[in-house]
Design a protein around this ligand. Structure first.
Ligand SMILES: [Zn+2]
Length: 187
């Protein structure tokens, strides 16, 4: 089971590497890793388990954050609708890729955080408002999904980890809350 002790923090060189693609058919190890990563996210969002295991809540995790330099990410965005408990997005993605994106940019009004960063870094992290992402699932089947708003931001944050990019690399250092016209602020 993955816990916070398994997560490397900023300053660790693996977080700045470009991770290697995984090959198919996937190894049992890569399949297990994906499952464990998704389970970690679910545990981190479960108040009882998070408390018991001392987990910081997270909606996404990338293998390099576990010091495993492979192109694997997990995302688990819970429902925000009490009528429908199905998560908005819950997936393990192998070799995810942004196929295309909107011209419009977006950022989270509250900025971003990261399980590998134990401090608040204020500022807008400007990303694409909408993305089309391709990836392979655990069965080796190619998937294509269109994402917008929060889910699009989460997946872009995780794909960045596969390329050695941290969220604060996108923050305008001179003026962290400067925004160009037309950027969608997601609250
Ligand atoms: Zn992160």
């Amino acid at each position: 089971m993955i816990t916070m002790d398994d997560i490397i923090r900023e300053g660790h060189p693996t977080l700045r590497e470009v991770a290697a693609e995984v090959s198919f058919p996937l190894s049992d190890e890569d399949i297990e890793l994906g499952k464990d990563m998704l389970e970690f996210l679910k545990n981190s969002q479960d108040p009882v388990k998070a408390e018991e295991l001392q987990l910081r809540g997270g909606v996404g995790l990338a293998a390099p954050q576990l010091d495993i330099s492979k192109r694997i990410i997990a995302v688990h965005v819970p429902s925000n609708d009490s009528e429908n408990p199905e998560p908005i997005l819950s997936a393990v993605m192998y070799n995810p890729k942004i196929l295309s994106h909107s011209v419009q940019d977006a950022c989270l009004g509250e900025g971003e955080g990261c399980l590998s960063v134990d401090r608040e870094v204020p500022g807008y992290v400007v990303r694409h408002a909408r993305v089309t992402v391709t990836y392979y699932d655990a069965n080796g089947k190619k998937q294509k999904i269109r994402l917008k708003n929060y889910e699009a931001i989460v997946v872009q944050h995780e794909i960045d980890h596969l390329n050695g990019v941290m969220f604060y690399d996108h923050i305008n250092e001179a003026n962290p809350f400067a925004l160009k016209e037309g950027v969608l602020v997601i609250e």
